[in-house]
Design a protein around this ligand. Structure first.
Ligand SMILES: Nc1ncnc2c1ncn2[C@@H]1O[C@H](COP(=O)(O)OP(=O)(O)OP(=O)(O)O)[C@@H](O)[C@H]1O
Length: 285
């Protein structure tokens, strides 16, 4: 797949609060263009007809009640659903101009370019150093491995805390440190996009703040898509928000759908859809 090297057509404006304020409902510099995305598990169409665009170097949040398909959609961006027996994806997801599910696309390469951080930190039971070095080694990346490890840990705001104990087992780190290690591990293989599935739900408030600060720092260089149950978190960190909900079809089947996708500031202050308003004001879900 060709990596899109063009600079963004429009730089995000900087608002009075210093927050990055996007200028249009839809990003002008898409990394992903999702059209008519439907995901089945066996015969069950869990999430249907999703259309959205993910902007380059933006943070896009996906929010909504449990079971509405947020994680299912997130896993489509890097073909993680390929690993779930019975999962079937229809519609298209363009990564720049290339179909992520195209016939000749290598899912391993997709997952290198589009990394993922999970809800529960999942370091390998190896040293801190080897956790980071693993990806670059198996990908045959050129360059000095020590430098690659230091750069990834520095970008993940963990270097100062671990530089004197790189040989220590990663499982000896705190939960928040383990999650930053997993982010460093993702960064080490030089992705363009980082997908995050509830990355703070297992962390305390201080560790959560560190990850949120880190996300904003990383968004200078990476495109980030985050699933979160925490609406305040979506409001704090993201430029755009997609609100999903679960509805029941004419056959009594519950399914997930995207209700509204817009600038985060608009979703949280002046949503277009009553269902979004009910959710963000706590009247539903
Ligand atoms: N591996 C699977 N096999 C079968 N059904 C699944 C699988 N994963 C998810 N589902 C179903 O798909 C629907 C959407 O689930 P998904 O986990 O994507 O929702 P979610 O919005 O991320 O939920 P939560 O916020 O609780 O994590 C649910 O009905 C769920 O039961």
């Amino acid at each position: 797949m060709d990596r899109h090297a063009a600079p963004p057509m429009t730089a995000p404006q900087v608002g009075v609060t210093g927050a990055r304020v996007p200028s249009t409902p839809e990003p002008l510099d898409p990394v992903f263009t999702v059209s008519g995305l439907t995901v089945h598990y066996g015969d069950y169409a869990a999430v249907r007809d999703v259309n959205m665009v993910i902007g380059r170097r933006e943070i896009t949040a996906m929010i909504g009640p449990s079971g509405c398909g947020k994680s299912t959609v997130l896993r489509c961006f890097n073909r993680m659903n390929d690993l779930i027996p019975g999962a079937r994806v229809s519609g298209t997801i363009l990564y720049h101009d290339e179909d992520v599910y195209g016939e000749h696309v290598d899912p391993i390469e997709v997952r290198r370019r589009i990394g993922m951080v999970f809800q529960k930190p999942n370091p390998f039971p190896k040293s801190i150093y080897d956790n980071i070095a693993y990806g670059p080694r198996v990908n045959g990346m050129k360059g000095n491995l020590d430098d690659i490890v230091e750069e990834a840990l520095t970008k993940a705001a963990l270097w100062d805390e671990v530089k004197d104990k790189l040989k220590q087992n990663a499982l000896s780190l705190s939960g928040g440190q383990q999650q930053r290690l997993c982010i460093a591990r993702t960064i080490a293989v030089k992705p363009e996009v980082i997908l995050m599935d509830e990355p703070c739900s297992a962390l305390d408030p201080i560790a959560t703040t560190k990850i949120e600060d880190l996300m904003q720092e990383l968004a200078r260089e990476y495109t980030i898509v985050i699933v979160t149950h925490n609406m305040q978190q979506a409001a704090r960190v993201s430029e755009r928000t997609a609100f999903f909900t679960a509805e029941v079809d004419e056959n009594g089947q519950r399914y997930g759908r995207l209700v509204e996708f817009d600038q985060t500031s608009r979703i949280f202050t002046n949503p277009r859809d009553k269902r979004t308003e009910d959710y963000i004001t706590g009247r539903f879900g």
